[in-house]
Structure formats: C-alpha cells, structure tokens
Design a protein around this ligand. Structure first.
Ligand code: GDD
Ligand code: MN
Length: 361
C-alpha cells in the first residue's frame, strides 16, 4: 500500500525543508511519495523544493506557471500521484505531520479520514475571536449549500486522507481553498471518520488567505449548490412562498367579505392557512427527498420557524426606515428578503434536516 502526500505551496521557502524532514522522520517505515505543487512562488519555493528533491528520493515537484489556486494545485497533485491512499496537507506546519500515522490506522475502516479541529480532542492554537466566528460561519454556509457534508464536523479542513477510489471517475471542479468540500460533495464514499488535530500557529511566512480567497469560497459554494441541485431548492422555496401570499389573501377575503368575520380574526386563520399550504408544498415538492417519518413533527417545526416572521418583518422595516431613512417600500422588501433567508435556512437545517447520504462519524 502506497501513500501519496500532496502539499500545495505558495511562498513557503522557510517551512518546506522542515516539513520534508519531519515527514521523513515520522514515516520512516512507510512507502510514500511527497508531491509539492507550487504555483511559481515569488520567493522561489519551487527552487528550494527542486534542491530538496536531490536528497530526498520520495519528493516530486510540480511547478505551475500559469495558475494560482490551492484547490486546483491539489487536483494537479492527485493527477501526478500513484499511491492507493492520498493525503492533503499544508506546507506551513499548521498540520501536525505525526497525525498521518493515526489517520492511516483509521483509513482501514473508512474511505475518508479528516484531520478535524472541531471534534473532541481537536483544537485551534491561537485564533482571534473574529477568525473563530468567521470559520463557524463558513461552516454553516457549507451545511446550508452542501447538505451532504452535514455529518462532518470539520468539512473545511485542509488536512485529510482518502482512498483513491473516492475520487476516481468524479468530476471535481473546485476553486479556492476548500478542496475537501468538493470531495465530500462529489466523491464516492460511504464512511467518513475524523481524527482530532491541533491546528497550530503559523510560525514562518504569511497566510495567503485574503478577501479574494473568501469570495472564491462563496463562488465555490454557489457553483456546488447549483451542480448538486441544492440551489433549485431555494428557488422552489421562493415559489412556494409567493403562492402562500395568495393563499393568505384569498382566505382573508373569503372569511371577511364572504363569511363576515372581523378582519383581524380572519387574519389569524389566513396566516395559518398560508403556513399550512406552504408546509404541504415544501414537503411534497421542495424537500420531497428529505422527509423523515414524522410529518407532524415537521409541521410543528415549520410553524415554530414561521412564528418570528411577523416581528422580524416589522422590526427590520422599522429600523431601516426610522434609523436609516430607507423608503418604506424598500424597507419592506428588504424585510421580506431577510425573513425569506431565515425561513429557508432554519427549515433546511432543522425541519428537513434528514439527509440521504450515509457518511457517518
Ligand atoms: N499551489 C498553491 N497555490 N498553494 C497555495 C496557494 C496557491 O494559490 N495558496 C495557498 N497555498 C498553500 C500554502 O502555501 C499552504 O501550504 C496551504 O496552501 C495553506 O495556505 P495558507 O495561506 O496557510 O492557508 P490558511 O492557513 O489560512 O488555511 C488553511 O486552513 C484552513 C482552515 O482554517 C488551509 O488548510 C485551508 O484549506 C483550510 O480551510
Ligand atoms: Mn496556513
């Protein structure tokens, strides 16, 4: 059994020699190759790598001159590797090399093993509160747009191991940093395990994560959700929401003008009627594939989520108009969008949280 370790690099000249040495020491009795994919780093990392390759026979260097992207660099590494088991890790020593051995033990009983910061025993050495919130937020976005990754606690980790079969005959097409997310979305696998890691501080060199990388992440998520038809769900949810407005108005008119009930009492019924019709349509159409056995529980959840819509709409409108002077129709429109986002997110993560994939802890 052979191991291929893929390491994308950009300006890591100080870190690379240390990483290579540590890998050699830790993996002494394992058959492995190390593939460095460097995007023509201005600091000459590729040159250092080529020099190291003279001394270390397990080292292979790929220098790309026309591309600059972590995820596609990893794909390039996959293509040029020949191990049965693949590992992806960073060059900056934030991923502890000795963990590869623990992950190797786990891969026997799994298809993918993730070096995880977010399971018990895992930790992040020294991140500001802002960076932590950012990371959690990015993870929630992944759970919303790529439901298949929901059972994984750290789907955005840059340190993971997989059997080659997982990516064979798949159409991987990632951009940005989150290559693991792409694999979790499109790979052929049954079981995912996580191994706790300590995500250490970067001691030398600078992180390349910047605003461009973050906007690539959003693009990647949208692209994935489109390919996985998850985006279609958002559109369906919107269509159902629109239909609810008509149900609401129709019942209100019917009870008030036809039956003669006081309009504010009618409104209570008409609102609930639209909630129920929205629920039924979403259950039968938008989230048809995500129904668990208990429909009453789903209906109750849907109702609970719909409850804050009214105060939310009113307060967003009030704040926008009174404090920011936004024209009231515009304020109402923004309120509707916010309530829509709330409804979709809460329902996809809670009411219809059941997912079809069999990835387990
Ligand atoms: N080839 C190539 N091309 N490599 C790159 C590029 C690029 O454009 N950008 C970054 N790298 C390399 C770096 O040299 C390093 O080895 C690794 O990719 C990670 O880059 P960092 O800039 O250190 O990223 P980070 O520490 O902020 O992010 C890491 O942690 C995240 C989780 O918080 C990465 O592992 C992410 O994938 C991960 O999501
Ligand atoms: Mn890093």
């Amino acid at each position: 059994m052979k191991l291929s370790i893929i390491v994308p690099t950009y300006n890591e000249r100080e870190n690379l020699p240390i990483l290579v040495k540590e890998l050699k020491n830790n993996l002494d009795d394992i058959d492995f190759e190390l593939i460095i994919v460097d995007d023509n780093s201005p600091d000459g990392t590729w040159k250092i790598a080529e020099e190291l390759a003279h001394d270390y026979k397990f080292l292979k260097v790929i220098r790309r001159e026309n591309e600059r992207d972590l995820a596609t660099a990893v794909l390039e590494g996959f293509k040029n590797s020949n191990g049965d088991i693949l590992v992806v890790m960073d060059a900056d020593l934030q991923h502890p090399p000795e963990k590869i051995l623990d992950m190797l033990k786990k891969i026997n009983g799994a298809d993918i093993v993730i070096g995880s910061r977010y399971i018990e025993g895992g930790e992040i050495e020294d991140w500001s509160i802002i960076r932590r919130i950012y990371s959690k937020f990015a993870k929630i976005l992944a759970y919303i747009f790529v439901p298949k990754c929901r059972k994984v606690k750290d789907p955005l980790s840059g340190f993971f191991m997989l059997k080659r079969e997982v990516i064979e005959n798949t159409n991987l097409n990632p951009i940005g940093y989150k290559i693991l997310l792409e694999i979790l979305a499109k790979g052929n696998y049954r079981k995912v395990l996580e191994e706790p890691i300590k995500f250490c501080n970067r001691k030398r060199g600078k992180s390349s994560l910047n605003i461009g990388v973050q906007s690539k992440y959003i693009k990647h998520l949208l692209k994935l959700s489109w390919e996985l038809k998850e985006f279609h769900r958002i559109i369906k949810f919107g269509i159902v929401g629109l239909s609810g407005i008509f149900v609401n108005l129709f019942v209100l008119w019917f009870l008030t003008s036809f039956i003669g009930i006081y309009y504010l009492y009618s409104a209570i019924f008409s609102i609930e009627a639209s909630i129920i019709s929205n629920f039924l349509l979403n259950d039968l159409w938008t989230f048809r594939d995500r129904r668990d056995r208990n429909w009453i529980r789903r209906l109750i959840k849907f109702n609970i989520i719909s409850l804050p819509a009214f105060p939310m709409q009113i307060s967003v409108m009030g704040i926008l108009k009174e404090i920011f002077g936004v024209y009231y129709l515009m304020a109402a429109f923004i309120g509707i969008i916010i309530v829509f986002i709330w409804n979709f997110v809460a329902n996809t993560l809670w009411t219809w949280k059941k997912i079809e994939c069999s990835a387990t802890q």
